[in-house]
Design a protein around this ligand. Structure first.
Ligand SMILES: [Zn+2]
Length: 325
């Protein structure tokens, strides 16, 4: 099947589900019949501020064992609706987050916000199709995710196995944030801010007006080695900007569910600065990218989980960017 054909097929399945939801059948009917999502229990969540709930993913590569539940995902409850911020790395993980919401409130999910394109943050989106929410993201998310959808789904199927992957699909954003958008949940407003290229070219932050909590997505990693898929220089520059924006607390994309700001940025900044300095040294010494991949940022090795899994790729990305300085 061609790239385009397969994508059309996938979108039409989503549209089919949206159509089913519009028939007025009970909301619970749809996921149960379509995917067995009702068999999934609620994901454990912690209320880090009034009405702000976070589910903590594990630090691991996606696998059959963890079902792609490897990033932090949250939801914010207003008086008229609920917004979800990231949905986990499979339909099953998304369904567990949906079940956690249902356990806290009968209010509808009006918005599903993705902080960026990476599969662990977006592949649970389809679990919310029956809610018919607005799917919101950075204005560059639509293109970035469309272009990668085939590869992301193939890789996820391979990593998760057919059971944990079952029903997982790409759901593209229906609202692209150009610079800033506000979402009214009743009694509180979320401010979505599209950021310049950093972790990826489609990073979006979310601020809750009521509690001054900021969801940073993967602009901040804690414990889990940061992964670079955008611009190293852009990321460091953006962290400097973010540090000037006070917050009562922040939610990193990977790590504890709630942290003080800007203290939460300390480790990611240190790693990115070491990565940049070491890669620049390699380039100046005339080393190849392959040799830099074995040596750069090795001083950070014992300070992070998943260092071996991600550092070499970060070095190759940094090398490609910095060799043109
Ligand atoms: Zn990411």
């Amino acid at each position: 099947m061609t790239d385009t054909g397969d994508r059309r097929c996938r979108l039409s399945r989503f549209e089919f589900l949206m159509g089913l939801a519009a028939t007025g059948l009970p909301v619970s009917w749809l996921p149960e019949v379509a995917w067995g999502a009702n068999q999934v229990g609620p994901a454990p969540v912690e209320e880090i501020a009034p009405g702000v709930f976070i589910h903590r993913g594990v630090h691991a590569l996606a696998s059959a064992g963890n079902g792609g539940d490897i990033c932090n995902a949250g939801f914010v409850v207003g008086t008229s609706g609920v917004a979800v911020i990231d949905t986990g790395g499979s339909l099953r993980t998304g369904a567990a987050i949906r079940a956690a919401i249902a356990a806290k409130t009968p209010l509808p999910v009006t918005h599903v916000i993705n902080t960026h394109m990476h599969p662990d943050h977006v592949l649970g989106n389809a679990a919310f199709a029956a809610d018919k929410p607005v799917f919101a993201g950075h204005h560059k998310l639509l293109r970035a995710l469309s272009e990668r959808s085939e590869g992301y789904l193939e890789a996820a199927k391979e990593q998760l196995g057919s059971d944990a992957f079952a029903g997982t699909d790409i759901v593209l954003p229906t609202l692209g944030v150009e610079s800033e958008s506000k979402i009214d949940l009743g009694g509180r407003t979320l401010t979505l801010t599209a950021r310049p290229t950093a972790h990826t070219n489609n990073d979006l932050t979310v601020r809750d007006s009521s509690t001054d909590t900021v969801f940073l997505g993967d602009l901040v990693f804690v414990e889990h080695l940061p992964t670079l898929d955008g611009s190293l220089r852009g990321w460091l520059k953006l962290l400097d900007v973010l540090e000037t924006e006070p917050a009562a607390r922040v939610v990193p994309g990977h790590g504890p569910v709630s942290m003080a700001w800007p203290a939460a940025a300390t480790d990611v900044k240190r790693y990115l600065n070491v990565l940049a300095a070491d890669v620049r040294k390699s380039i100046a010494a005339g080393s190849t990218m392959t040799s830099a991949m074995e040596t750069a940022a090795q001083g950070e090795k014992d300070k992070w989980q998943l260092f071996a899994e991600h550092n070499a790729r970060n070095v190759s990305g940094a090398f490609a960017e910095l060799e043109w300085e």
